[in-house]
Design a protein around this ligand. Sequence first.
Ligand code: ATP
Ligand code: SKM
Ligand code: MG
Length: 174
Amino acid sequence: MAPVAVFVGVMGAGKTTVGQAVAAALGVPFGDTDAIIEERAGKPIPEIFVDDGEAAFRALEREVVASSLESFGGILALGGGAILDEGTRKSLADHTVVFLSVELTDAIKRVGLGAGRPLLAMNPRATLKYLLEQRRPLYLEVATHTVVTDGREEPDITAEVIALLRGTGTGTGS
Ligand SMILES: Nc1ncnc2c1ncn2[C@@H]1O[C@H](COP(=O)(O)OP(=O)(O)OP(=O)(O)O)[C@@H](O)[C@H]1O
Ligand SMILES: O=C(O)C1=C[C@@H](O)[C@@H](O)[C@H](O)C1
Ligand SMILES: [Mg+2]
């Protein structure tokens, strides 16, 4: 079994929010690799970063993403940095991948001070700006569909994604 669709995008793109809504509308399960990692580690992501370091988090993320891509049959949201791993990007070539795109202004409004997101613990605006620039090409590389979310409410974005998944929408990208 493989995911119906995989959501990628930077922190605040709305992967969890829109992913849950799309899954509910399609009547399929929703999975979030960040939540699976927290279950596996038995602690929240900020604690994994503090206790074990980012490298240990990325190793666990790689495993969780690989097993979810093989066996999770619903809508799967990946952590914002999962696509940094080259093996993960290659595995995504076999899947329907929705890139939720967001620019800095809206991303900052959505993540606020970055609570629960350890990479944003210091200077969230500058960090998010850097992450957006660094990762945008990687999100585009894996995306089969790109959906612009700036200035849009969740139901509107969800409707576009559902149309894309049903093959009736044109989307805003590849
Ligand atoms: N289109 C939107 N408009 C306004 N707020 C939104 C929108 N999408 C999500 N949000 C809000 O922004 C915050 C971040 O959204 P969400 O957690 O879904 O992002 P994410 O992509 O899963 O981020 P992360 O990679 O950190 O898990 C949440 O508080 C959510 O309610
Ligand atoms: O962008 C990132 O690198 C991250 C995003 C979150 O989803 C979590 O996976 C974690 O906070 C790291
Ligand atoms: Mg999320």
